[in-house]
Design a binder for this molecule. Structure first.
Ligand SMILES: *Cc1c(COP(=O)(O)O)cnc(C)c1O
Length: 382
C-alpha cells in the first residue's frame, strides 16, 4: 500500500535513541530535551521554546497560561482538527466556531471582526462579552491549515484593538514563512507546534510552545512540569505533567537535522501534483499565497465543483489500487461535543471539507509511486 503520510526515520533517530538507553536518560529530563528546545527556537525564530508531550497539551498549557477559564470564549476556525477545540474545553471554556477565508482556509478576519464588533459588548468592567452567551472573549486562535499561515497581520490588528491574545495553532507548520517571517514572528503571542507522526517533523509524539519572552517561557516550563519549586516536593500552583521525554526529543533532534531536506521533498511532491493536474480545470491544488510559504506537510487536491458521489468514487478507486485514501478533517461545528457552540459560519468550511482529497506525500514517496497516484486521480476526473 502507498501510505498517505508516514514518518521518515532513516537519519540519526536510532543512534540517538540508543544514546538515551545507554545513558539511562529515557524520561522527562535529559540532554536531548534541551537540544530539541534550542533547535525549535532557532528554526522558528522564537525567544524560547518549551517542549511538551503533544500539540494538544501545548495548546492547553498556552490557553491556561493566558487565563482562559470556565465560561470563557476563544474564537477558532471551523476547519481544523478536533484538538484545537478540545484545548478550549480542557480549560472549561467554549469555542466560538468561525469560518475560514477562501485564500488560505485560515480563520477569516472579516468573520472575526463581525463577531467582535457586532456580536459582542464591553461590560461595565471593560470585559468583552459575546452577546449570545455572556461569556468573556479571551483569545483569537487561528490554525495554519495545510501548514499555510492564516491572515496574521489582519488578526493581529483585531487582537490589539479588542485587547485579546492571539494564539496560533501551527501544529503542522514548522518551517512555514509569513511575509518572510519565521513561525514565532508571525504576530501571535504564543504558537503551538505538534510533532505527531503525521506532521512534517515527528518526535514519535510531542509538541512545543513558542514563547515571546524568556520570562513567559520560564512560567510555561514551570506550569508544564508539575510546578515544582526547589528540590523537595513543593509545588506553588496546580501544574500539569506535560513534559516531553528524552526519548521523544532524541527522535525530534534527529528529525530537525533534516528539516530543510523534508521541506524540499514536500515542495517537490506538491509541485509535481500541481503540475500533473494543472490541465484539469475541476481540480485545484491546496491554497497558497504570495505572502507565505507553507510547510506543505499535506498534499492533495481540492475539487470545488465535484459531487460527493464523485469524491467517494475517487476514494474508492484510490483504496482499490492500493493507495491510502482518507477523508479530511470533519468540521468542528459538526462534531458531537461542539454542536451547541456559538458559530459564525459563511458556508465555506461546509463547502470545502468533503471536496478535499489528501494524497500520498511522505517525504520518501518515490516518483514512480507518485505517478501511480496521479494516474488514478486523472482516471476519475479526466
Ligand atoms: C495534529 C494537530 C493538533 C494536535 O497535535 P497532537 O500532537 O496530535 O496533540 C492540533 N491542531 C492541529 C491543526 C493539528 O493538525
Amino acid at each position: 500500500m502507498i501510505p498517505l503520510c508516514i514518518p521518515n526515520i532513516s537519519g540519526n533517530e536510532g543512534a540517538y535513541l540508543a544514546e538515551c538507553v545507554e545513558s539511562t536518560f529515557v524520561s522527562t529530563v535529559g540532554p536531548f530535551v534541551n537540544t530539541f528546545e534550542e533547535m525549535i527556537a532557532a528554526a522558528s525564530g522564537a525567544s524560547r521554546a518549551v517542549a511538551t508531550s503533544a500539540g494538544t497539551t501545548a495548546l492547553h498549557a498556552i490557553l491556561h497560561h493566558i487565563g482562559v477559564g470556565p465560561g470563557d470564549h476563544v474564537i477558532i476556525p471551523a476547519l481544523t482538527f478536533i484538538a484545537t477545540a478540545n484545548a478550549v474545553s480542557h480549560c472549561h471554556g467554549t469555542p466560538i466556531i468561525a469560518d475560514v477565508d477562501e485564500e488560505r482556509w485560515g480563520l477569516d478576519p472579516i468573520v472575526v471582526e463581525d463577531i467582535l464588533r457586532n456580536e459582542s459588548t464591553r461590560d461595565a468592567q471593560g470585559v468583552l462579552r459575546l452577546d449570545e452567551t455572556g461569556g468573556a472573549i479571551k483569545a483569537i486562535m487561528p490554525v495554519f491549515a495545510m501548514g499555510l499561515p492564516a491572515d496574521m497581520d489582519a488578526l493581529r490588528v483585531l487582537a490589539d484593538e479588542f485587547d485579546l491574545f492571539l494564539v496560533a495553532d501551527a501544529a503542522a507548520a514548522i518551517g512555514a514563512r509569513y511575509k518572510t517571517r519565521p513561525l514565532a514572528q508571525m504576530g501571535a503571542d504564543y504558537t503551538a507546534v505538534s510533532f505527531n507522526g503525521n506532521k512534517l517533523i515527528t518526535a514519535g509524539g510531542g509538541g512545543a510552545i513558542l514563547c515571546p519572552t524568556p520570562e513567559a517561557a520560564s512560567e510555561i516550563k514551570h506550569l508544564t512540569s508539575t510546578a515544582r519549586v526547589g528540590g523537595a516536593y513543593d509545588h506553588d500552583i496546580v501544574g500539569f505533567n506535560y513534559r516531553m521525554t528524552n526519548l521523544q526529543a532524541a527522535v525530534g533532534v534527529a528529525q530537525l537535522e533534516r528539516l530543510e531536506d523534508f521541506l524540499q521533498a514536500k515542495k517537490r511532491i506538491s509541485n509535481r501534483y500541481e503540475e500533473a493536474f494543472s490541465g484539469i480545470r475541476s481540480l485545484l491544488p491546496f491554497p497558497s499565497t504570495d505572502e507565505s510559504e507553507g510547510s506543505l506537510w499535506l498534499s492533495g487536491i481540492y475539487a470545488p465543483m465535484a459531487s460527493l458521489a464523485q469524491m467517494d468514487a475517487l476514494r474508492a478507486q484510490l483504496v482499490q489500487t492500493g493507495i491510502e485514501g482518507r477523508t479530511f478533517w470533519k468540521p468542528i461545528h459538526q462534531q458531537t461535543p461542539y454542536l451547541a457552540c456559538p458559530v459564525a459560519l459563511t458556508g465555506r468550511t461546509d463547502k470545502i471539507w468533503q471536496r478535499v482529497q489528501p494524497l500520498p506525500c511522505s517525504t520518501q514517496l518515490t516518483s514512480q509511486e507518485q505517478e501511480q497516484v496521479i494516474d488514478v486521480v486523472k482516471s476519475c476526473f479526466a
